[in-house]
Each structure stands twice: as C-alpha cells, then as structure tokens.
Design a protein around this ligand. Structure first.
Ligand code: ADE
Length: 250
C-alpha cells in the first residue's frame, strides 16, 4: 500500500517513516511512503504556498492551486492515475474521527491513501472539492496535519499483512477484541518490591489465558466502560464482569 502525503514539511514525514516498523514495512515492500512537497507546485515566483484570507481576519490560508497541482502530479505518475492517489483525505479537525475501525477500513480497502496536510489557519475551502473525505484524529486543533497523517499511516501500516513480526499481537490487543489489552510484564519478576502476578510465572497456559481475559475485562470496565457495552462477550465474560463490578463496588 502506498501512502502519499501532501505537505509543506516533507522532512517531518520522511523522518518518521525512516524509523522502526514503517521503515521495516517499506524495506519489505509492504508499504511505500511518498512525501510530496506542496511548495514544488507553486506558480508564484516567491514560492508562496499561502495567502491572506479573503474578507480579512488573522492568519494565512494554504492556496488551492499548489495543492491541486500536487494531487494531479500523482495522477500523472501512472497510466491509471486514480490508482496512484487512491483514497484522498484532507486532514482537518472537523473531519470524520479516525478510530481503529477506520484504520481497518483503510488497510483493507485495497487502495492507496493520499493525505493532504493543512497548515496555519486553514486550507482554501475549494480543496474539499478534490478529496474523498475530511478526517480528524481527535477533538483538538494541531498546528498542521503532519502529525495526523503520521498517526493514520502508523495505525494503518501495522495492519497490513506481514508488517508486524508476530501476527497474534494485533489480534490480541486493545480494540481489535473490543476490549482493552491485558497488562504485560517482563523481567525482573520483582522491581522495588512490586511483583509480577504469580500466575504469569507458573507456566500454565490455560490459567494465564483466563487471567489475561479477566484483567482485560477489568481494565476496560475501569477505564473505558462504554467499550464493554459494544464488545462481543461470551457468557463466561459476562459472569466475570459481574464479579468484577462487585469487587470494584466493595
Ligand atoms: N489539523 C489540525 N488539527 C487536526 C486534527 N485534530 N486532526 C486532523 N488534522 C488536523
């Protein structure tokens, strides 16, 4: 899957994509990250990518023309230009909120993903005409879309087949099961008087599995009770939940 990022700070994207899991995914030909510098598409002799807002007011607005031309350059890259740009997203605090299920949708849609990063006070509204949707990573305002683009690339990339070393880790973890992840421990077995739960050291896999499920339910109940209502639970899970509720209220 190819991720195109239209930005005026390509270095931010390249830096993050050059480390860790994304770097490995790229090396293994599972993913490609292309940062497209919007400034390369200005027709302005001063290479201006922004301008004052019509109607006055504070701040500058990213111009529509360089963004449009940057997008068209992706189309021009291949015979089937649509395939190169794939699904086009404008990052903006007012867009559809990005969640794990949106990450799964994007990872499984079989298309590339083009992310357009806004900056300053905003982007010329006409850019919206050239995108498939607007997306937000949460209810707060960032100074630009680059961090949002990286969050989306990171979350989608790790879902691509063969990207994570251990395929189990993404299946067992938070959100995929509809519950928060169980607690993890590694050596030492005791640190400053704090001991690792006995059951994890005992080597009985069935007991470990039961403990993990119980702790997963406990964490979700305590930290994200709304998730419990949406999770797919077995009869045994429901019983454990009742016990946990009693424990918590005691
Ligand atoms: N640009 C500024 N704030 C943003 C947010 N919360 N999500 C996506 N893009 C943004």
């Amino acid at each position: 899957m190819r991720f195109n990022v239209l930005t005026i700070f390509p270095g931010l994207i390249e830096y993050y994509a050059g480390e860790s899991i994304i770097k490995r995914a790229i090396a293994a030909n599972r993913a490609e990250v292309k940062a497209v510098n919007i400034r390369d598409f200005t027709t302005d002799k001063h290479l201006c990518v922004d301008d004052y807002p019509f109607g006055g007011g504070p701040g500058m607005v990213l111009k529509v023309q360089p963004i449009y031309d940057a997008l068209m350059s992706l189309r021009a890259e291949a015979a089937n230009g649509e395939a190169t740009q794939g699904h086009v997203v404008l990052l903006s605090p007012g867009g559809r909120v990005f969640t794990q299920s949106v990450a799964e949708e994007l990872a499984n849609c079989g298309k590339n993903l083009t992310l357009i990063c806004g900056r300053y006070e905003g982007v010329d509204e006409r850019v919206v005409e050239f995108v498939d949707e607007e997306m937000s990573i949460g209810d707060y305002v960032l100074t630009g879309g680059e961090l949002a683009a990286l969050v989306i690339i990171d979350a989608v990339c790790r879902l691509l087949p063969g990207v994570l070393g251990d395929e189990r880790s993404k299946e067992e973890e938070s959100f995929t099961s509809g519950l928060l992840d169980y607690p993890h421990y590694t050596r030492p077995a005791e640190f400053m008087g704090m001991k690792v739960p006995e059951v994890l050291i005992g080597g009985n896999h069935r007991l470990i599995q039961n403990w993990r499920q119980r702790e997963s339910l406990r964490k979700t109940l305590l930290h994200k009770p709304d998730m419990v209502n949406c999770a797919e639970l077995t009869e045994a899970d429901r019983e454990i939940l009742e016990q946990l509720k009693e424990e918590i209220h005691r």
